[in-house]
Design a protein around this ligand. Sequence first.
Ligand SMILES: Nc1nc2c(c(=O)[nH]1)N[C@H]1C(S)=C(S)[C@@H](COP(=O)(O)OP(=O)(O)OC[C@H]3O[C@@H](n4cnc5c(=O)[nH]c(N)nc54)[C@H](O)[C@@H]3O)O[C@H]1N2
Ligand SMILES: Nc1nc2c(c(=O)[nH]1)N[C@H]1C(S)=C(S)[C@@H](COP(=O)(O)OP(=O)(O)OC[C@H]3O[C@@H](n4cnc5c(=O)[nH]c(N)nc54)[C@H](O)[C@@H]3O)O[C@H]1N2
Ligand code: SF4
Ligand SMILES: [Mo]
Length: 712
Amino acid sequence: MVKDGWIPTACYQCKAECAILAHVEDGVVKEIRGNPKARGKACVKGMAGISLQYNKDRLTKPLKRVGKRGEGKFKEISWDEALDMLTSKLKALKAKGEAHKLTASFFPHSITDPKWRFLNAYGGFINTALPHCDSAKIVAFIKAMGGVPNHHIPPAFDTVPKDGIIILAGRHAFGCLDDAAVPRDILEAQARGAKLVVLDPIFTADAAKADWWIPIKPSGDTALFLGMTQHIVANGLHDKDFVEKWVREGDFEQLTAYLKDKTPKAMSAICGVPEADIRKLAEMCAKAPSVGVDSFKGIMLGQALDFGHAWTILLAVTGNIDNPGGQPLPDLTPMSPVEPAPAGPDLGTLGWHKTGPDKDAFSHYSFIMEPTWYEAQAIKNGDLKVLITAECNPAMTEMGQEEWRKAVCLPGEGGEEYRLEMLVSYELMHSETSRYADLVLPDKSYFERYELLYMPWWYNFGQGVLLRQPVVKAPGECRHSNEVFIELGKRLEPKYFDFADDVAFYDIQLTGLGLSVKKLQEMGGIWSPGTMGFYKYKDAGGFGTPSKKIHLYWEDLKDVDQALPRPGLAAEYEADTQDYPFVLISYRTIFHQGTGQWTHNNPQLRDPVSGMFENPALINSATAKKLGIKDGQTVTLTSRTGQLQVRAKLTERIRPDCIGLHHGFGSSVGRVATTGKGVSDNVLIPDSGMTLKWQDVVGGESHVSTRVRLSA
Ligand SMILES: Nc1nc2c(c(=O)[nH]1)N[C@H]1C(S)=C(S)[C@@H](COP(=O)(O)OP(=O)(O)OC[C@H]3O[C@@H](n4cnc5c(=O)[nH]c(N)nc54)[C@H](O)[C@@H]3O)O[C@H]1N2
Ligand SMILES: Nc1nc2c(c(=O)[nH]1)N[C@H]1C(S)=C(S)[C@@H](COP(=O)(O)OP(=O)(O)OC[C@H]3O[C@@H](n4cnc5c(=O)[nH]c(N)nc54)[C@H](O)[C@@H]3O)O[C@H]1N2
Ligand code: SF4
Ligand SMILES: [Mo]
């Protein structure tokens, strides 16, 4: 299995999962590179993966809690004992008719991840933090174009033609956020004559590379896009041929009527972008051979679905769907099903997202999986009894992290120690979440395990299969979560787990492609047709919507006034402006992924030279002057739900009405993670279950619109 040399595999220092080559000497990883076969690059985090691999804090044995939840006191136990604990708990839950009260929260590397299969077979739910980023975009694409429910599908930057336009709307692409090859491809597109436009309240590295930086108000993106579309349509600059052929009959007329008062002037008053700039950008987009939009943060804001909708409309009226440089609609790789396929519980009737003070609001929206941000509320309601976290850290990543921590420590009502009867944390190293866990399980790292990746989010390939394979041996008693869930499946739902192991499971899935894990290894770990395959709707007789055309008007959301996108800012943005005059923006850098130990506890990524030791608050110099705040001084940030003391960093590079905080700091565990420490933005951000009105139920949230007060 483990041999020396350059071995193709997949990085997992962040969720982009780039194709890499790992150089192994004497059974030790020595160097990481991008895999040229996938046009791949490795970013600074990817190359620092070696320090994660050999980190002294790695967990190597299963641990059982001995103190109270949150105390972080554990004793080592055997895998037999750990598996017996899990099996008996899950048997008892199912016997009570409460299988749906199990949720496993993890990053699904594919839609047939063995963990997901287990949940479907057993009757529990998956939830993932991914809907934090882009569920609103996914839902918008499905509703408008019937697209595949993929995670992140940015424009294929390597196909943007001369004079094509790239709009990054709340997107730090130069932080390698979602593929280390993206910065190169954007720069090459610019060298061909493409134009980069960055919408961001902060002057980021992307803004520095841009042809045009527009410091938009947080959550102003919908208004901007509507203003642009109004200008395009009112002046007959739209792609008439595309609209006539491919937009559902009647929708364009509905849109035109709706846009009457969404003039650049009216929209400028909402988003803060000057009217003339809205018109100029609209005309640039109408004339350009392609327009591609990418957004993550822009789509996380309150009213996220409105932005996803406005974005789809702009692309449709300019004919930028499934064209080079526009919005690709990649197909799912045709994997073979593993029979029998478990159906899974019904999210619509049993799902715990229908929770909290405003639960009726949910009836209007479709969910793909449970959103993590109602976890605390579901625990309080008694709808969530067993939570298994793997590759996630909700004690720090959930908005309202304090509510989450309180919820997992709530005493049980029927004599159980806790209302959440069992909490399991599957991790590489102790995390903030594992401190609260009853059972901590040591995972194999991405250098030690098999995984079959085929979600088409290798952005420049469309369909594809990438093999993650063990390149070195795992330390101690580490076992990969997929192996353990397959073992649980064999014990609890054997009918669905009639295969030997993870590799046998992947082999079945690969049969339709004429492949196997062994063949993939011989082929260099990657299979792909090598292209996105543009304009697929022409051969397919249209789009995947019921009418086969693009739906601009969403009649099913008419009664909630969302048949067409609402231009307003996030509700929270406009509330309590007197008491909390600033808007908090959390943002990322290339050095860290999320909150986790994988990068925050990595000495190569966490040092005073890179400046990534802590996370000072970015404050505009003019704002600081008014408040008498000096560079480097400790200031207090207060929101409705929390308070933080943090160092001030004065800069011209942020809007005067915003405060920037790098997301992910503030861990209380890990040798490196605790050296500079920093603060966790989620102390300030309110919990969704408590404040649903301020969250868009399909993914918008207050990561980008929490109001704060700043005092010296
Ligand atoms: N290095 C690294 N890579 C990562 C991650 C990581 O943590 N670190 N996380 C991964 C994950 S899970 C995700 S979702 C992606 C996130 O990827 P991005 O969303 O690209 O990352 P952010 O830096 O959080 O946000 C991008 C920018 O949005 C701006 N912004 C905030 N609010 C608004 C707004 O309302 N409108 C506009 N136009 N801009 C706004 C912020 O100032 C910020 O500069 O990255 C993925 N890759
Ligand atoms: N305030 C604020 N909150 C946010 C965001 C924000 O921008 N601002 N971003 C949101 C977004 S977009 C997302 S996607 C979520 C992400 O939230 P989470 O999914 O909770 O992700 P991370 O914070 O990245 O934590 C990932 C954990 O997985 C661990 N890990 C890494 N590799 C492995 C592995 O191979 N095996 C196992 N078992 N564990 C591993 C890491 O050490 C880390 O503890 O956070 C959301 N929360
Ligand atoms: S962007 Fe960097 S850290 Fe993320 S998967 Fe790619 S190489 Fe690894
Ligand atoms: Mo995300």
